[in-house]
Ligand binder design. Structure first.
Ligand code: TYM
Length: 337
């Protein structure tokens, strides 16, 4: 069977970018035949960006409810919390010991932080933790722990997947003795929506504060966010260039080809931005509306979610525990009887 795996960092409220880049394609993949799917809440990753314990707990609940409301079937999928699987940080350490520091020096997220510091004229590593620096190794451990073949992600994760392959290869080479412990994972990127833009046209991201929330705040919050999408100043009746508008790109991520073509036509025929926003809202709501009631119900019953996650942890560890023993043996640690 093909193993499909993906995770979301529990440091904020899930947004449309998470949905079209990861959640929707991952759930579709999990419904295919001969697929074993592993979806998880990356709460160890959240510690890298967030020092607010309550926010992490809240985000974890929101993200769990989002996955389930979007159609994840916990009977079919192994759905778990990263921090319930202690084999993952253990594997992370083994991988850390074979990963070149130079590889991490090249990570985009780390380099971006260094560049910002340089621009601000402070020490290059100012405020950068070892967690941020070695973040891609933890992500590699997530993926390699379950030997995932395919990892549905947004384009922003491409480099992390390349690094996971590098690290896997290195480990196989050092310890495999002809046997490959790890398969080399592949990123699966939905090309049409590889990077969903946010309100201001930059990548939709918690860190840019330009997101449209998926379910939180209800249809009203969705509407309010859509109203804040930045457009050009062309008025009603003036032709608009759809391809140059991120509002159009967001619409495209939710609509069928024919609808998208009609929307583009209407814009070039002078549809007002106000009407365009209304149309966008209705289209998104058509897809998300039916899931939202389920989301709200789940949020009101956290014990139900907890039970699902504990069962998921049990299933995940049934795979992780024997595998980590094998790896312990390979690197020369005491093997647990
Ligand atoms: P995170 O939490 O930032 O984002 C979760 C997923 O959402 C995708 N995404 C987007 N896709 C398209 N357009 C956007 N604007 C957009 N914003 C976010 C991301 O690409 C990602 O797929 N390191 C990961 C979490 C992680 C992980 C893993 C993923 C930890 N371990 C193992 C896969 C496999 C992250 O921070 O994603």
């Amino acid at each position: 069977n093909t193993r499909v795996l993906t995770g979301i960092t529990t440091s904020g409220t899930p947004h449309l970018g998470n949905y079209v880049g990861a959640i929707r394609p991952a759930i579709q993949a999990s419904l295919e035949k001969n697929v074993d799917a592993f979806f998880f809440l990356a709460d160890y990753h959240a510690l890298i960006k967030c020092e607010d314990a309550d926010r992490i707990a809240r985000s974890r609940l929101e993200i769990a409810a989002t996955w389930l409301a979007a159609g994840l079937d916990p009977e079919r999928v192994t759905f778990y919390r990263q921090s319930d699987v202690p084999e993952i940080p253990e594997l992370c350490w083994m991988l850390t010991c074979v990963t070149a520091k130079g590889l991490m020096n090249r990570a985009h997220a780390y380099k971006a932080s260094v560049d910002q510091n340089v621009a601000k004229n402070v020490e290059p590593d100012d405020g950068i933790t070892m967690g941020l620096f070695s973040y891609p190794i933890l992500m590699a451990a997530d993926i390699l722990m379950f030997n995932a073949h395919k990892v549905p992600v947004g384009r922003d994760q491409t480099q992390h997947l390349e690094m996971a392959r590098d690290i896997a290869q290195r480990f196989n080479h050092l310890f495999g003795q002809g046997k490959d412990f790890f398969v080399l994972p592949e990123a699966v990127i939905a090309e049409d929506v590889a990077t969903l833009p946010g309100l201001d046209g930059r990548k939709m991201s918690k860190s840019y504060n330009n997101t449209v929330p998926l379910f939180e705040g209800g249809a009203r919050a969705l509407k309010a966010a859509v109203a804040r999408i930045v457009t050009d100043s062309r008025g009603p009746g003036e032709p608009k260039d759809a391809e140059a508008s991120h509002l159009y790109l967001i619409y495209k991520a939710f609509a069928q080809q024919a609808e998208t073509a009609a929307f583009r036509q209407a814009l070039s025929a002078g549809m007002s931005w106000g009407d365009a926003k209304q149309t966008l809202c209705e289209r998104i709501e058509q897809e998300l509306g039916p899931m939202r009631a389920n989301y709200e119900d789940l949020m009101a019953h956290p014990a139900r979610i907890e039970e699902i996650l504990q069962e998921g942890a049990r299933k995940a560890r049934a795979i992780a525990t024997p595998f980590i023993h094998e790896l312990r043996q390979a690197v020369g640690l005491r093997t647990l009887a």
